[in-house]
Design a protein around this ligand. Structure first.
Ligand code: GLA
Length: 677
């Protein structure tokens, strides 16, 4: 039996989701009535009401529906869908229709088609076939969204605005002439002079010194490794271009409407091109799309991380899962169905980590089109199916979880996450391709959550006051002020755990000289003289009996204790783990990747060091608490096949059953307990 300490309640106010959660957490879906005959729409409404659907995302890919030819506007069907939704008490998350241009647009203006890094053009026939920097595309998109906003700003069904769709999902990196021109403008604004750019990019290397702005291209496919600083700036620029698309529409919407504006983020393992820390402040509601990625070793652990990161983007406030799937997707090599209870576990995992609503792609499984084999709320086989019955159960669960709305997760531990580090660490010419940023972040996150430590995912630029433990995995690129903030956090009594591949380069991707990890050398009291990465599949042993993989390096301590040494491998005899006491605080360094069990043991120790109460949870069981001013909810998600017992007292939030002692959670099940105060 496990005891889980109750955390201090906090209040959270003014969520734009609050009006949508009065009768239950949001239960929503993409709704694409334009794919179906009119006769189907009435059945859609009836079944949505039966399931308790409260929010539909409409008109996401509506451009050719509402604007089928130049100057032709056809809103009759969308009017009817809006009215139908309203008549059935369903709110609308209205798309601006700019996600994918209608065919006439690209026929008329082939110059807006995106160009890949090898200079080849991408054609229409799929979606998102436009260059994000194209002034021509931008002008057409502004016109479409303006028409939509003007028409529906006062419609009673309107709940929020959904700008475009998954901006940058396919077209974030475009190398066409318009992109090149915009890139030069962005560089000029950043550096002011060619001389400053040459310095920042280190262009003396390989005779790359530029004499004029028009000599600069996006980093197109080259014969050799490319300039990493140029790659990094192109990544920054490309994220900014997509944000500009959002911003232009959001600003125009806000001139006509007070409804919240958002777009759906892709905080997932396979999209890395958008720095959402710089986007988050511009969203009225943080919304994420998340699908289980079966290509990963542990898709569920990735879900937990993504949900914690989404909560971080929302600054701890409630967020919305804008898309997920009831079952299989259709874009992975093997599109696996969900197992018994898996959908509910996924849904409750997002809610436990701060979501106030769960929406699905999509309402009715398509009969045609590229996603006809993607699952939906209403499957091809109809309502006499286990899938539909599960959907009804999900709807009912979200309804009963209404009291959870607005409550917050409280964490004493933070994990630093940084898109720029992801980019710079994985750009060309790196020490080992086995050092992948997300792997390192996921390993640290899983070690924390596996130790029963609730963790907030925060940006490298965030204030750290209020946390007791900060974990810094592979923070490759660090600005001086961010390194200084971490050092101050430790000096003020905090515990930091910093891993290899952190603090290596500055914001221009320039190596910090004098020994690794340059930005954290003094804080950690170490100097690392040489990287010594491990070969594929190679493991090493440490003198504390632990095993490790991926990385080693040759370091010496200058002012730290050696906590463990490498016994073998390329750094045999040298420190593998160090700890430096700094007043009440301490700074740990990990020079290798411990096995999952060793990592959990280490972060448990660090958490105890930091004064965080840890209660080991059985492996594969998530225990998370959300609290509001006067209520607390304990979420237990049992991903294992065994029954577990967790200490709790209160009332089952779904069944209403009183709970006086440990709660039993069957294998594969979830329990949500409203705790007695
Ligand atoms: C994304 C898109 C949707 C749909 C789903 C399929 O999330 O936004 O339009 O393509 O993927 O999983």
């Amino acid at each position: 039996m496990l005891a889980v300490d109750r955390l201090a309640p906090e209040t959270r106010q003014g969520s734009p989701l609050e009006p949508l959660t009065r009768d239950g957490l949001v239960f929503g879906c993409d709704y694409n009535p334009e794919q179906w005959d009119r006769a189907v729409w009435d059945e859609d409404m009836r079944l949505m009401r039966q399931a308790g659907v409260s929010l539909v995302a409409v008109n996401i890919f509506g451009w050719s529906w509402i604007n089928p030819a130049p100057g032709v506007w056809s809103f009759d069907e969308l009017d009817e869908v809006m009215d139908l939704a309203h008549a059935h008490g369903i709110r609308v998350n209205l798309g601006t229709a700019t996600a994918s241009p209608a065919p006439w647009v690209t026929t008329r203006h082939p110059e807006i088609l995106p160009v890949a890094e090898d200079g080849t053009r991408r054609f229409p026939g799929g979606r998102q076939a436009y260059c994000p920097s194209s002034p021509v595309f931008r002008a057409y998109a502004a016109e479409v969204s303006r028409r939509v906003v003007e028409r529906y700003a006062d419609h009673p069904a309107l709940a929020m605005w959904h700008v475009s769709n998954e901006l940058g999902c396919h077209n974030s990196l475009c190398y066409c002439d318009a992109s090149a021109a915009a890139f030069r403008g962005w560089l000029e604004a950043r550096y002011g002079s060619i001389a400053a750019l040459n310095t920042a990019w280190g262009t003396s290397f390989w005779s790359q010194r530029y004499g004029a702005w028009d000599e600069i291209l996006p980093p197109m496919t080259a014969l050799s490794l490319r300039n990493p600083a140029q790659l990094l700036d192109f990544q920054r620029f490309s994220s900014d271009q997509q944000l500009e698309l959002y911003r232009a529409e959001a600003e125009a919407i806000r001139r006509h409407s007070t409804a919240p504006v958002t777009t759906n983020f892709m905080v997932t393992a396979h999209i890395r091109t958008l720095d959402y820390w710089s986007w988050a402040g511009e969203m009225d509601v943080i919304a994420n799309d998340h699908y289980l990625d079966r290509r990963l070793a542990d898709p569920t652990a990735e879900l937990s991380f993504a949900a914690d990161l989404t909560r971080g983007l929302a600054g701890g406030t409630p967020w919305l899962l804008m898309e997920t799937s009831t079952g299989a997707v259709n874009w992975q090599p093997h599109n696996l169905a969900k197992g018994e209870g898996e959908l509910l576990r996924n849904v409750v995992s997002h809610v436990a980590r701060g979501a106030d609503g769960i929406c699905f792609f999509q309402w009715r499984a398509s009969a045609q089109g590229a996603e006809k084999f993607h699952s939906a709320l209403l499957p091809h086989a109809g309502t006499d199916t286990a899938q539909w019955r599960t959907v009804l159960e999900v709807g009912e669960t979200l309804r009963r979880l209404q009291p959870v709305a607005g409550s917050q997760v409280h964490s004493d531990a933070a994990l630093l996450f940084d898109w720029e580090s992801w980019w710079s660490l994985e750009n060309e010419g790196r020490p080992s391709e086995d050092v992948r940023y997300l792997d390192q972040v996921h390993a640290a996150h899983a070690a924390l959550t596996g130790s029963g430590v609730s963790v907030d995912v925060v940006s490298a630029h965030d204030e750290l006051t209020g946390y007791r433990l900060v974990v810094v995995p592979a923070l490759h690129l660090v600005r001086d002020e961010d390194a200084a903030r971490i050092a101050r956090f430790v000096e003020d009594g905090g515990t930091a755990v910093i891993t290899f591949a952190s603090g290596i380069v500055d914001e221009d991707d320039r190596v910090r000289l004098g020994g690794y990890p340059g930005a954290f050398r003094d804080l950690l009291g170490i100097v690392s003289e040489e990287f010594a990465p491990l070969g594929p599949g190679q493991t090493v042993t440490l003198d504390d009996g632990g095993t490790a993989s991926v990385w080693a390096e040759r370091l010496r301590v200058t002012d730290a204790e050696v906590d463990a040494r490498f016994l073998d491998g390329p750094a045999a005899g040298l420190p593998a783990r160090t700890r430096r006491a700094v007043g009440e605080g301490s700074a740990w360094y990990l020079a290798t990747l411990p096995s999952a069990a060793d990592y959990r043991a280490l972060l448990s120790r660090a958490a105890q060091d930091a004064g965080i109460p840890t209660t080991p949870v059985p492996l594969g069981v998530d225990v998370i608490r959300r609290v509001s001013a006067d209520r607390a909810f304990l979420f237990v998600i049992n991903h294992t096949t065994d029954t577990v017992e967790i200490a709790a007292r209160g009332r089952d939030a779904i069944s209403g059953e009183a709970i006086a002692g440990p709660v039993r959670v069957a294998g594969g099940a979830v329990r949500i307990i409203e705790e007695a105060s």
